[in-house]
Design a protein around this ligand. Structure first.
Ligand SMILES: NC(=O)c1ccc[n+]([C@@H]2O[C@H](COP(=O)([O-])OP(=O)(O)OC[C@H]3O[C@@H](n4cnc5c(N)ncnc54)[C@H](OP(=O)(O)O)[C@@H]3O)[C@@H](O)[C@H]2O)c1
Length: 369
């Protein structure tokens, strides 16, 4: 993957190189190319990703000539290590209902090294303040010759230039589709299907947890009751304060702006409004007006070239393209130079969609140039 390039007031730098062959993986006797994965983080998304790989085993073989094996999986509580590789179904069976893989935990660097994997799949939780641990995982993997797929927005939001430079130095690639809108293509849309289009800015509903809470409060449910529901569904952040105080949306804004607008910003540069500061009366008023209240993220480039952003509660008139974005949905209007405004919307973004984004990223990495 190439670097994000030099900052430019005129527009984004050359798009990162995020596709290409995986040279280390060899075709075995079966004629299939084996791709070895090291999974860091084994929560909802990693489990759904393994289940999807198991479900797609035949498609991966017949359509793509791939056999995907897991050589290591690790969390802070446990690990699995099988350098010969386990099928994703066997990994799921080995972990079972346990909160973590069954062997003793190992330091991430040790596990990565022992895994001899081709790709790190980084699915740990987002840390605030420059995401040091996850960024370290990614840099370590690049240093060991691995490509990276991640759904963890921390490193892209806080450290994109550093991560991108490390990929270039190591000659490796990174993909991160699920960091912004679950599996909905946003980075791939801009990179692969809108060639030469510059992203000028965007307006988005980036957080389903706050959508759900706003809509539930609008019909008389309590804030706590609504939050408990989204936590049970698995799409709230590990710490839901990230959702409610607008950090999740700010991280997504920074990630998209950094990659597609070469913004060089962090989530701390996005001004935020917390859902806690939105009175119930405002939600009720929007409903009675036939409109919808949403935490809307807006990112734009100033004449100086500087990229600015904010997350604010906004009453969306029913004619606004983002107004139909429902409780479990995400939507974004991408302002481009050559294609005008493009609206992308995910109608129900849950864990399987995030896992699909990780799966799609893996396929993009495996696709030969
Ligand atoms: N859930 C979604 O729908 C969704 C959507 C988009 C993006 N994402 C992103 O995808 C990532 C995974 O989400 P998830 O829902 O699977 O989270 P999760 O269920 O909370 O699982 C996170 C996993 O990471 C492990 N972990 C945390 N810190 C670690 C560290 N320093 N080293 C090793 N393992 C670590 C945790 O185990 P221990 O605590 O035992 O270490 C756990 O296994 C997150 O970054 C999230 O923001 C999720």
């Amino acid at each position: 993957m190439s670097t994000a390039g030099q900052p430019s007031a005129a527009g984004p730098a050359p798009r990162p190189r995020t596709t290409g062959p995986l040279p280390r993986a060899a075709a075995g006797d079966s004629g299939l190319r084996t791709i070895r994965l090291c999974l860091l983080g084994f929560g909802s998304v990693a489990r759904a990703f393994c289940a999807l790989l198991a479900q797609q085993e035949r498609v991966l073989a017949e359509r793509h000539g791939l056999r995907v094996l897991v050589t290591a999986a690790g969390t802070r509580q446990g690990s699995l290590l099988e350098p010969q590789g386990m099928t994703p179904a066997a990994v799921l069976a080995a972990v079972g209902e346990r909160p973590a893989p069954p062997l003793a935990a190992r330091p991430a660097g040790e596990l990565l090294s022992a895994s001899r994997a081709d790709v790190l799949v980084e699915l740990t939780v987002m840390e605030e303040d420059f995401a040091p641990v996850a960024t370290g995982h990614i840099e370590t993997a690049f240093g060991m010759g691995m490509d990276v797929v991640t759904a963890n927005k921390g490193p892209i939001a806080w450290n994109w230039r550093r991560v991108s430079a490390a990929a270039t130095v190591a000659g490796r690639r990174i993909r991160f589709e699920s960091t912004v809108m679950d599996g909905l293509p946003v980075f791939s849309l801009l990179e692969l299907t809108l060639p030469d289009c510059r992203l000028l800015g965007f307006e988005a509903v980036f957080n389903a947890t706050t959508n759900y809470i706003i809509d539930a409060m609008g019909i008389g449910r309590s804030f706590d009751e609504a939050l408990a529901h989204v936590q049970a569904e698995g799409y709230a952040e590990a710490d839901p304060v990230h959702d409610i105080d607008g950090w999740d949306a700010a991280c997504k804004a920074a990630a998209l702006a950094n990659v597609a607008m070469d913004a060089g910003i962090t989530p701390a540069d996005i001004s935020r409004q917390s859902l806690r500061d939105v009175p119930l009366q405002r939600i009720a008023r929007a409903r009675s007006n036939g409109n919808r209240l949403r935490l809307v993220t807006t990112v734009w480039r100033e004449e100086s070239g500087r990229v600015r952003g904010r997350v604010r509660a906004k009453e969306l008139d029913i004619d606004h393209p983002l107004a139909p974005v429902g409780s479990e949905s995400l939507g974004a209007i991408l302002h481009t130079d050559l294609m005008g405004d493009v609206f992308v919307c995910e109608i129900a973004g849950l864990v399987p969609q995030t896992a699909y984004g990780v799966y799609a990223d893996l396929l993009h990495l495996c696709r030969a140039r």
